[in-house]
Design a protein around this ligand. Sequence first.
Ligand code: PXG
Length: 455
Amino acid sequence: MSAPTTKTAHWQELDLKHHMHPFTDHVDLQEVKPQIIERAEGVYIYDSEGQKLLDGMSGLWCVNVGYGRDEIVEAAAQQMRQLPYYNNFFKTSTAPALELAHALSKITPDGVDYFFFANSGSEANDTNIRLVQTYWTMLGKPEKRLLISRHNAYHGSTIAGASLTGMASMHDISAVAMPDIVHITNPDWYASDGSCDAEELGLRAAKALEQKILELGAGNVAAFFAEPIQGAGGVIVPPASYWPEIQRICRRYDVLIVVDEVITGFGRTGQWFGADTYAIEPDLMTLAKGLSSGYLPIAASAVGERVASVLRTKQGRFPHGYTYGGHPVAASAALKNLEIIQRENLVQQVGQQTGPYFQQALLGLMDHPWVSYVRGQGLMACVLLSPDKASRSAFNPVGGIATLVRDQCFRNGLVTRAVGDGLVFAPPLIITPAQIDELVAKLRLSLDHVYRNHA
Ligand code: PXG
C-alpha cells in the first residue's frame, strides 16, 4: 500500500498520540492506523486519501436521510444565530423542542404523545429506567422495580445502558453493573440448536419472559426492555410469533413495555417504527440516531399515556434532566430531518421498494459457499457466514473470517461491520436500487477474495 499523504499521516499521528477510541483494541490500532473520514455526500463517504466508500452502515445506523443535506445545515445555523442555547428545565421551554415534540406525536404509535429529550440513546434509556421506576413508586408500588432485558441486546454505554445491554463483554469491564436488571433469552433462530422451527422458537423465547416474571414475582417486575429487532447484536429479526406473545405476557402480568427504537426508528424497518412493523403497543420508546439522522446529537424518551398521565398529574418533581436535553439547535435539525423523511416519502419507499429489493439482493448471495443465512427487514440486514452451511457451525475463531471480509469490503469501497460471523448493513434510506446492486457486488467481490485466500 502506498504511503499516506502528509495530512493523513499528521492526523494518524495525532490519533495515536492523543485520542482514545470507543470499542477499539488500541494495540491493534497502532498496527493498522485509523482511517480518517473527511467528507460525505448522499450515500458515500470519502477518506483523507480520497477513497470513496458506499456507507452501508449510515455512519452508526443513523444517517437515515443521507449526507450533504444543506437544508438541515441551514435550519441549524439559523437557530444557532437566533438562540444557540436555552433549556427546558424548571419553567422554560424553547420553540424547537416543542415543535419537535408535536411532530413526533404525529408519527409515534397511538397513545404515545409525550417526549422527554436527551442527547444519546444511552441517556434516553437511563431516562426510561428512571421513568419506569418513578411511575411504579408514584403508584405506591416501589417494590415493582426489576427490569428484564435480553441476551445480545444493545441499549447503550452508560452504566445503566451497559447493564441493560445483554453482551457479556460489556458487563465484564464494569464492576458496577446496575442492580435490578436480569436477562432472558432472545429469539435467535439461527443460533439455536435447530430442534424446532423459527415460529416455535419465537414462542419459546417469549415464554422465557413469562417464566422469568413468575420466578421473580410479577409484583417485583417493572418493565421489559427490548429492541423490536436486535441491531448491534446482529440484526436478529424475531419470528412473527414472538412479539404478540410478549405483548400478551406483559399485559397479563402488568409489566411495562419499553421499546428501544434507537436503530429501528424513523423508517429503518420500512415503517416509521419497529413497533408499527410488529404491532407492539409500547408504554415507552427510546428514540435517537435517525431522529436527527446523526446531524446533531439528540434523543428522546417517548412516553405513552399510561406513564405520562401519572407523572403529569401526581404532585412531585421528576428529579432528572440533562443540560442539553432538547437543545434548540439539535431540535431544529431533527425537525428538518423529519420534514425531509416525510416530503420524500422515505418510509414508504423503504417499506415498498428499496427494503424488499435490498433483502432480495442480499439473498442472492446464498449461492456463495460461505453465506449460510440472510436475515433482515427494510434497510437493515445481516449476512451470516459459516464454514459449513448445513450445520451453521461457527468459524474458529468466531468472527475471524467476517473481520477479514469487513476489511476487504473497506478496501473495495464498502462500509460494513462484522458482528460475530455476520456482516451487518443499514444503508441510508435514500439508497437507490442501483446503489444496492453496487453494495451487493462489492460484498460479493470481497467475500470471493477472502474465500480464495482462506477457504
Ligand atoms: N439503544 C440501541 C438499540 C442502540 O443501537 C443505543 C441504545 C445507545 O445509543 P447511543 O446514542 O448512546 O450510542 C444504541 C446504539 C454498532 C453500534 O456498532 C451500535 C450503537 C452504537 C454504537 C455502535 O452496532 N447503537
